[in-house]
Design a protein around this ligand. Structure first.
Ligand SMILES: [Zn+2]
Length: 250
């Protein structure tokens, strides 16, 4: 039902709604508090991506795809690791149960932290510093940092941690989620800077992350690892957030 509502308000595409139903089902298997945490994450990430959306379009010179409908790949890249952690936690008892919950919460906090960092960074951060180039790069470039982006990363991770605390996950798990979330966001920046493929549109002479540019021309790879797109980077970053969160708890 929540996926249907999200489809209605164009937060998800049809494939995204189907994927979100699977992720939501996995969350419910771990408990209603895990499902409520997922809804809080998703609602806040959607709202922050829509906040000042036209300003962000102007800052990045493109229609902000992140503010639009999320498709199945984006849903799984952001929520797939959380879903696996929740389903595994539901099937396990004892000490492994807590570890798997920390894994799930850390991955969700990483996704939240990255979303907030991107949205606040693009909306308020001006021209960020590319950590690979070590020069200023256009707003919205993967692997770039700004003060507002870092502030967003802190807020996004804290949001998941505080909601987890309010939902009864306990102080220890909430703390792990916060640390894992920030670590995952840092991993996202590093992977985005040094591993993610960089593409170029010859027609517009400008860098892009898209295979087909907004002008309709197919872009070419100019750096990074081919096929390492934003979705795969997000997947690896949420995995890193989950592993770090569980590893510290262990
Ligand atoms: Zn173009």
């Amino acid at each position: 039902m929540i996926a249907l509502v999200a489809r209605r308000v164009r937060a998800l595409s049809t494939s995204g709604a189907l994927a979100a139903t699977v992720v939501g089902g996995a969350a419910v298997s771990a408990g209603w508090n895990a499902a409520a945490l997922l809804v809080a994450y998703f609602a806040s990430a959607t709202l922050v991506s829509r906040w000042r959306a036209s300003d962000k379009d102007a800052a990045t010179g493109r229609v902000v795809s992140k503010g639009g409908e999320r498709d199945a790949m984006q849903v799984l890249a952001n929520g797939g690791v959380f879903a696996i952690g929740c389903a595994a936690a539901a099937m396990t008892g004892g000490e492994y149960h807590a570890l798997l919950l920390a894994f799930a919460l850390g991955s969700l906090a990483a996704s939240s932290s990255d979303s907030w960092a991107t949205e606040l960074g693009v909306a308020l951060g001006g021209t960020p510093l590319g950590i690979r180039e070590l020069t200023r790069v256009p707003a919205g470039t993967s692997g770039a940092v700004s003060a507002f982006g870092i502030g967003g990363a802190l807020l996004g991770a804290a949001l998941v941690a505080l909601v987890a605390l309010a939902l009864g996950f306990g102080r220890e798990l909430a703390t792990m989620a916060f640390i894992g979330g920030l670590s995952g966001c840092a991993a996202d920046t590093l992977i985005g800077a040094f591993v993610q493929e960089r593409r170029w549109c010859d027609a517009c002479s400008e860098p892009t992350e898209r295979v087909t540019h907004s002008c309709g021309v197919r872009t070419r790879v100019t750096g990074g690892v081919a096929r390492m797109d934003n979705d795969i980077v997000n997947l690896l970053a949420t995995l890193a957030g989950g592993v770090i969160s569980a590893a510290i708890l262990a």
